[in-house]
Design a protein around this ligand. Structure first.
Ligand code: FAD
Length: 465
């Protein structure tokens, strides 16, 4: 994170971008008011303008569009093939497949958007590799690979041998992998800013530097900010982790930080590793390491090792956290011992909106006047595209397969209220990180760490090992 508080991605994307849109001042009226200028809010706006050209949309963003995780993430784009066993568990085979195919469309959908609108978001459709990087991680994907086979979609997620995996990226600790061919990487901030440009061209009225304080139910709904107010029959909340601070979503979400460190350009070293195909790669820890290359031959290396937030407050520790960056660098050194001399030139983080089963909540309240999508749990780049299409379909009305997907208006297990949510999230987060660090080092985690790491599952949450 640079002194201006922006990630490398966003600084790169903003290099020749326009000035922020002015804040909202005074009253405004529209057909749909959208809160949040990340992918969720913006894909919803985009899908609405596709469905109903001329629709009047006002989008309010407290920072700038793409200033949140949508402009800071790892840029991995994929659907839910790796979640197929969970989807089957929740919805049965037929509906699970329907959902997985709907999520899968996001990869091509985002690539097509970039082509159609000449948005250069560095899209590379080179697939995603889930590696094993320790004995404890071996075969982590077995159930998913088996489920894909059983449901007739074996080609969507399949196992590679250690040798095949290392041919794509030659780290001595990689022991095997599963491969999802239909996955891509993007420069996330270029995607977010490109989307913003298209929305402006389509007449969406954007106000940046405009924090929404409250939404008042009624006909019309009223969206209140410090300096103005928007009246609209329909409102969309694309708040991501910030939703954890809104009273109505307080027990649906918690916020954990994820942090990325970025190397200097090292194209020759990448070539020596054989990592020239552009694959997005992760290990199989719960507090995952995820890494990908950039157009100029850097490695962006992320780690789900940041702190928990209290009361849904998203403080500056989510933007920069030296301890989390240090843990990310340690993860890098373990996975790429031959790159220990490589310099890191940037580090940044952001909040992840964790739901109790790691699938998003997408739905509507207030008699269908208030719509929301959040809880992507660290996999939102592809799924937010789907969520935007779903929310637009619900707002548009009519009989639409997207509006009826089984994930809509689902109920996941609630988290406890504060202060228990924070205490639990904090203690368990640290235990999960220590659990993964111990197994990486080939040690058996201590009894207390094992107990705490297993606790979420014992309590019925689908989190942890
Ligand atoms: C470090 C990191 C790495 C990640 N890597 C990946 C990855 O590789 N692949 C992947 O799929 N996912 C990844 N994610 C998750 C992904 O970035 C998110 O799921 C996705 O960006 C969610 O989009 P969104 O629009 O819902 O949220 P956001 O991008 O967070 O947008 C929400 C917006 O709402 C605004 N807002 C909040 N409250 C208010 C208010 N009261 N008034 C006005 N505006 C408000 C915020 O400022 C923010 O801009 C990562 C996340 C992080 C932090």
């Amino acid at each position: 994170m640079n002194r201006d508080g922006r990630s490398y991605w966003l600084r790169e994307a903003l290099a020749d971008d326009e000035a922020p849109a002015p804040p909202l001042v005074g009253p405004a009226e529209c057909d749909v008011a959208i809160v949040g200028g990340g992918y969720t809010g913006m894909w919803t706006a985009y899908a609405l303008t596709q469905r109903a050209p001329g629709i009047r949309i006002v989008l309010l963003e407290q920072d700038i569009c793409g200033g949140g995780p949508s402009g800071r993430n790892g840029g991995f784009v994929h659907g839910w093939w790796d979640q197929l066993p969970l989807l089957v568990d929740l919805y049965g085979s037929e509906q699970a497949l329907e959902l997985a195919w709907a999520a899968d469309e996001s990869v091509a959908g985002i690539a097509d958007f970039c082509t159609r609108h000449a948005v250069d978001a560095w899209v590379r459709r080179a697939g995603y590799l889930q590696m094993s990087a320790s004995v404890a991680q071996d075969g982590e994907w077995e159930q998913t690979v088996e489920t894909c086979k059983r449901l007739g979609v074996a080609e969507q997620y399949y196992e590679l041998s250690g040798e095949e995996a290392r041919r794509r990226c030659d780290s001595p600790v990689f022991r095997g992998a599963a491969f999802m061919p239909n996955a891509a990487t993007v420069q996330p901030a270029r995607l977010a800013r490109g989307l913003r440009h298209v929305l402006v061209e389509r007449g969406v009225r954007i106000h940046e530097g405009t924090r929404v304080q409250r939404v008042v139910d009624g006909s019309p709904m009223r969206v209140l900010t410090r300096g103005g107010e928007v009246a609209a029959p329909q409102v969309v909340l694309g708040l991501n982790a910030w939703a954890a601070g809104w009273p109505s979503f307080r027990t649906s979400l918690l916020a954990w930080g994820s942090h990325i460190v970025l190397t200097e350009p090292i194209p020759d070293r990448l070539a020596a590793l054989g990592w020239v195909g552009g694959e997005g790669i992760s290990d199989s820890r719960f507090t995952i390491h995820y890494f990908r290359t950039t157009a100029d031959g850097r490695i962006a290396f992320g780690a789900g090792v940041g702190a928990a937030g209290y009361g849904g407050r998203i403080g500056t520790r989510f933007d920069h956290d030296e301890r989390a960056s240090e843990r990310a660098r340690a993860g890098f050194a373990r996975l790429f011992p031959m790159l220990r001399d490589v310099r890191f030139v940037d580090a940044w983080g952001g909040p992840i909106d964790i739901s109790s089963d790691r699938l998003p909540a997408i739905g509507s309240r207030a008699g269908g006047r208030l719509h929301f999508a959040h809880g992507y749990s660290g996999n939102g780049v592809g799924p937010a595209f789907l969520a935007g299409r779903i929310l637009a379909a619900r707002i548009d009305g009519g009989d639409d397969r997207l509006a009826r997907l089984p994930i809509v208006n689902r109920r996941a297990k609630a988290f406890p209220p504060e202060p228990m949510r924070y205490i639990g999230a904090r203690v368990i987060r640290e235990a999960l990180i220590r659990h993964d660090e111990a197994t990486d080092a080939g040690r058996r985690p201590g009894l207390i760490v094992r107990f705490l790491a297993a606790l979420p599952r014992l309590l019925g949450y689908r989190l942890g090992p």
